[in-house]
Design a protein around this ligand. Structure first.
Ligand code: ADP
Ligand code: ADP
Length: 225
């Protein structure tokens, strides 16, 4: 598995807000937590990593792929679960996942059948695959978002504030699911909830007002107590 390198990344919006101010991070494979209050710059960094937005300055590398100048290469191996995952309420999980698989370039029907079955089982939605998404709970919708984000086995999974709408039991199950998936790739989880990070992330950074305040290893810190 490859890691992610962020070097001196800055971003100022046209309204003058300096959302990212000279951010540098070395992110190893595994679960990485980006913790910070609202307005800290988390979503801006996550959208930048998802190649949806370009930094004004700085470099980002996934392994040796230049994430600013080789966007297509990054997108082939990227999964992004945005804060607001829009679903089509009348579609079933099975049909919509199949549709997203087509968009991801999985053209063979047999390959799609196999891929979507694995993902729906992994996210514990297999029994509910023929239900309409409009009837899904918040936790089920989030897990469906994970299934979509995992199409094509991404080496980089970007998850922006995923536990916001979840009840406590859903939250724990969701984080456990992410940590299982996190072993094979870089998973970056942005959150303002300390427990999201301290329970499962092997590495973390705290961001505030566009700057990194601290980098730490929460699990080893807890283990040392
Ligand atoms: P977080 O995800 O940590 O809440 P954001 O990255 O969304 O932080 O926002 C960082 C700062 O940039 C905030 O002050 C926010 O208001 C501002 N901001 C975010 N998106 C935009 C935008 N599209 N245009 C202007 N300002 C923005
Ligand atoms: P809710 O019942 O509030 O809609 P969920 O949609 O999160 O909650 O879960 C539906 C069912 O799937 C529950 O019975 C739960 O025990 C089970 N479940 C949810 N997530 C997982 C998971 N990651 N692994 C195993 N079982 C899960």
């Amino acid at each position: 598995p490859v890691g992610l390198t962020i070097r001196n990344v800055s971003k100022t919006y046209p309204n003058g807000v300096e959302a990212l101010n000279n951010i540098s991070l070395d992110i190893p494979p595994g679960m990485y937590g980006l913790l910070g209050p609202n307005g800290a710059g988390k979503s801006t960094l996550m959208r930048t990593l998802a190649t949806l937005q370009e930094p004004d300055e700085g470099q980002l590398f996934l392994g040796d792929i230049d994430m600013v100048n080789q966007k297509d290469a990054v997108r082939q191996t990227l999964g992004y679960l945005p804060q607001e995952f829009g679903v089509y309420p009348k579609a079933t999980a099975e049909s919509l996942l199949d549709y997203f698989a087509v968009l991801k370039g999985i053209t063979s029907r047999a390959a799609r059948k196999e891929t979507t079955e694995v993902l729906l089982k992994q996210t514990n939605l297999w029994d509910k695959r023929k239900q309409k998404l409009g009837g899904y709970s918040g936790g089920m919708r989030q897990r469906f978002g994970v299934a979509v984000a995992l199409l094509g086995n991404p080496r980089l999974l970007i998850v922006d504030e995923p536990t916001a709408g979840l009840d406590p039991a859903e939250r724990v199950r969701f984080l456990n699911l992410l940590s299982e998936l996190g072993e094979a790739s870089v998973v970056i989880l942005s959150t303002h909830i300390v427990d999201d990070v301290s329970e499962l992330c092997t590495n973390m950074a705290i961001i505030n007002q566009g700057q990194i305040l601290l980098e730490a290893q929460p699990l080893s810190a807890v283990a040392a107590l």
